[in-house]
Design a binder for this molecule. Structure first.
Ligand code: DOR
Ligand code: ZN
Length: 446
């Protein structure tokens, strides 16, 4: 099978390429890159017209929740992979907070087996740090690595005991594996369901104090410094945490990395409130103080203040933040229809991440597309050491063709994901994924 992708703007951070060019794909691999229009179209099985489009390495999302095993009504590995392909992603790293928890070699094999039956998106499992994510006993890191774990993570919560976490860092460092770190001090969360501040006061909803995230961030930065472990901080949402990450990177010259998610650079705590909005939409409810609030804006960590959002944007532009991940967290409409305080934490993101990020960061804040693709593909590949993130000749043909000319509105349903809990419904964006290719095979097209 030989495919020509012609007329697009090729952006490949791995080789510092950003120019108009044609890409040749043959036998599942990138066979070459040529001047636009200089390749004869004879001999190709398929010509893809990429005019008006970016042609980029397949996107890599290093933070998703596919709910298999145990909660297949929310998402399966197959439906999650379909959502990934629709969003331009060819590799994802799935978190272990399933039922049961992904904490055994068998569970790693289960994910690999299910992924092999899906659409060709690579699914790399992150194994839990502790048995059952109970925070008490460490899992057998070596056995999990051998069974195909890509990283370790306790995502969904933090490991509360610093001594347990120190041992986890020590073992991970010994076998050269990254720890993807959910940073929230559980004891400080106090049953909160949105960021504590003037807007939680206005709603009467219990607040999560802003110190919860940076408290564990600094603890684990210190532990990584002591043990030499490869630390990657997940879904960073606050200015305080970013100040600490800067300290670690700039003053202490640490080799840590950090991610944020699209909702943290587009939305703020105020957006939990639907001012004057209709109340008859199932994910809206009335707060204790009579304010209409939207459970599709509820996630962990919670949306920050506008100062936090501005700090996240600055940190993305100056390189303090390395990665955009989605924290794709599907939940059912029935669950999100509960009153705000009772509804589960989490929002989906795979099918909107590129468009929201492109619109907010490139169009509005002047980020170079190269930097965006680095944060959404090349850098995650480097952290997970999993290949991909490049269009270099000879590499696996994982790529996406994305139209950045046409504006469209994000829908509130009809996703490839089983879930529809997006916080971005109604947002006008650019960055429509037209085609996704994995290993030279077209796995999504429209
Ligand atoms: O909002 C979230 N949802 N944050 C997490 O840490 C877990 C996730 C989930 O599993 O639903
Ligand atoms: Zn998560």
């Amino acid at each position: 099978m030989k495919i020509l992708i012609t007329g697009g703007r090729v952006v490949d951070p791995s080789r510092n390429v950003d120019r108009m060019a044609d890409i040749i794909v043959a036998d599942g691999k990138i066979a070459g890159m040529e001047e636009t229009g200089c390749v004869s179209i004879r001999g190709f099985d398929r010509i893809v017209d990429a005019s008006g489009c970016l042609v980029v390495p397949g996107l890599i999302d290093m933070h998703v929740h596919f709910r298999e095993p145990g909660q297949e009504y929310k998402e399966t590995i197959a439906s999650g992979c379909a959502a990934a392909a629709a969003g331009g992603f060819t590799t994802v790293c799935c978190m272990p907070n399933t039922q049961p928890v992904l904490d055994s070699p068998e569970s790693m094999q289960f994910i690999h087996r299910k992924a092999a039956e899906a659409n060709g998106v690579r699914v790399l499992p992150a194994a839990a740090v502790t048995e059952g994510q109970l925070g008490l006993r460490l899992n057998d890191f070596r056995a999990l690595k051998k069974a195909g774990a890509a990283a370790f993570s306790e995502d969904g919560r933090s490991v509360d005991d610093p001594a347990v976490m120190r041992e986890a860092f020590r073992l991970a460092a010994e076998i050269g594996m990254p720890i993807l770190d959910h940073t929230e001090q559980s004891e400080l969360k106090d049953g909160g369901c949105m960021r504590r501040g003037s807007f939680s006061s206005r709603t009467g909803l219990p607040g999560i104090p802003p110190e919860a995230e940076p408290m564990i961030a600094i603890r684990d930065i210190l532990l990584a410094r002591e043990t030499g472990a490869k630390l990657h901080l997940q879904h960073i949402s606050s200015k305080l945490s970013l100040d600490l990450i800067r300290l670690a990177k700039q003053e202490w010259k640490m080799n840590i990395t950090a991610e944020t998610a699209p909702h943290y650079f587009t939305l703020i705590d105020e957006n939990v409130i639907v001012g004057g909005g209709r109340r008859d939409i199932y994910h809206r409810s009335v707060s204790p103080k009579g304010v209409t609030v939207d459970s599709h804006r509820k996630m962990n960590p919670p949306l920050g203040t506008h100062n936090d959002r501005d700090a996240v944007i600055r940190a993305m532009l100056d390189g303090t933040l390395d990665v955009i991940a989605t924290d794709h967290a599907p939940h059912s409409p029935q669950e999100k229809a509960l009153p705000f305080a009772a509804a589960p934490f989490g929002v989906i993101g795979l099918e909107t991440s590129f468009a929201v990020s492109y619109t907010e960061m490139v169009e509005k804040h002047g980020m170079e597309p190269m930097q965006l693709i680095r944060m959404m593909s090349t850098k995650p590949a480097e952290i997970l050491n999993c290949g991909g993130g490049t269009l270099e000749g000879g590499s696996r043909a994982d790529l996406a063709v994305i139209d950045v000319t046409r504006e469209f509105e994000i829908p509130d349903r009809g996703f490839a994901s089983k879930a529809e809990n997006t916080p971005f419904a109604g947002m006008k964006v650019k960055g429509d994924v037209r085609m996704t290719m994995a290993g030279g095979r077209i796995i999504f097209e429209k």
